[in-house]
Design a binder for this molecule. Structure first.
Ligand SMILES: Nc1ncnc2c1ncn2[C@@H]1O[C@H](COP(=O)(O)OP(=O)(O)O)[C@@H](O)[C@H]1O
Ligand SMILES: O=c1ccn([C@@H]2O[C@H](COP(=O)(O)O)[C@@H](O)[C@H]2O)c(=O)[nH]1
Length: 317
């Protein structure tokens, strides 16, 4: 079993409760960042796969090596994408060619299912429940994540919150990478998806803070008005969070209070990823792979982790 991916090692290093009060005072606003390239369908098609459907163009990606798949769950506007962006930034993965990235981030929002005409009308009136598990195409998520774990290049849909639908003729190309972050409100809800993750993070941000962030975001970036945002929040978002998202916190390996403000937690996760990448590179140079996530920590191979969080990054009381 890979020593690096023995969860014991990571957990031991992080088990101490971290005093964070001096570090979390600053409130910063971060912009969303796509960790994959957005292309038109024709562009996406021009990025060819090699034999066996595997992409041949990467330097670090070795065929057949399973990427380390990290699930990032949490309520709306908890800071999931910002946490992923922070991780990417700290690993120097943002300002580089998408095809060369070792770490990529994917949003569950890309997998909202197509609505029927009647549902579209409801959605336009703010009467469709986008926070219910039925709103997602979970089969496509499973298939995509399995393809990613198999080292395949994938094209995933681009979602437009303003029209409540996929952008036509557009896709995001996800190139094979060593580490893949998959973030979304319900990424731990579906057992078949949940069981694919090698590590599960839950971004745990206070509900008032989340609402205070969601209101301006939905107005400024998603084309909503205040009344619409608050109605949707009260009728669908909040009840669905309590029924479907919050109960999945128990599946997390690491809970990150305060999201991107929690630099201690993010640094620990980044350190863990750095060690994985360094170890994988070293083993590749030696011509062997000991860093493919091991059966003990890899749900892909059927083993399961206990459903209790191993680590809390906690402010002392
Ligand atoms: N730590 C933070 N401080 C201030 N604003 C933040 C912070 N984290 C996220 N935001 C802002 O809150 C909104 C939601 O953050 P985002 O990361 O998109 O959340 P999620 O992906 O969970 O929906 C965005 O407008 C983002 O810029
Ligand atoms: O068409 C749509 C699709 C989704 N939503 C809302 O988005 C959030 C999930 O995205 P986060 O980035 O995690 O906030 C979810 O709460 C949906 O309510 C939408 O309003 N319209």
């Amino acid at each position: 079993m890979s020593a690096l991916f023995s969860s014991r090692r990571f957990h031991a290093s992080a088990r101490a409760f971290v005093s964070s009060s001096t570090l979390f005072g600053t409130s910063r606003r971060f912009r969303h960042g796509m960790a994959a390239s957005v292309a038109s369908s024709s562009e996406a098609k021009s990025n060819s796969n090699g034999p066996n459907g595997r992409y041949n163009g990467r330097i670090n990606g070795v065929e057949g090596k399973t990427p380390f798949l990290i699930g990032v769950a949490g309520g709306t506007a908890s800071g999931k994408s910002t946490v992923c962006k922070r991780i990417m930034e700290k690993l120097g993965q943002v300002d580089m060619d998408h095809a060369q990235r070792q770490v990529v981030s994917i949003s569950q929002d890309s997998f909202y299912r197509e609505l029927s005409p009647a549902e579209k009308v409801k959605a336009e009136r703010g009467q469709f429940n986008f926070d219910h598990p039925d709103a997602f195409n979970d089969e496509l998520i499973v298939q995509t994540l399995k393809d990613i774990l198999a080292g395949k290049k994938c094209d995933i849909p681009v979602y437009d919150y303003r029209t409540n639908s996929r952008c036509e003729n557009q896709s995001i190309t996800i190139y094979p990478a060593d580490v893949v972050l998959f973030e979304g409100i319900l990424v731990f809800y579906f057992p078949e998806i949940r069981d694919l993750f090698h590590m599960k993070l839950f971004v745990d941000t206070d509900s008032d803070t989340r609402l205070a962030r969601r209101v301006p975001r939905d107005i400024n970036e998603r084309g909503r008005d205040l009344e619409q945002v608050l109605n949707q929040y009260m009728n669908y978002v909040k009840p669905a969070f309590e029924e479907f998202c919050l109960p999945t916190k128990k599946f997390a390996d690491v809970i990150i209070p305060r999201g991107a403000d929690n630099t201690v937690a993010i640094d620990l996760i980044v350190q863990h990823i750095r060690e994985f990448l360094a170890n994988r590179k070293q083993n590749q140079m030696k011509g062997e792979d000991q860093t493919t996530p091991s059966p003990a920590t890899s749900p892909v191979h059927g083993a399961r982790r206990p459903n209790t969080p191993d680590v809390y990054f906690k402010r002392p009381h």
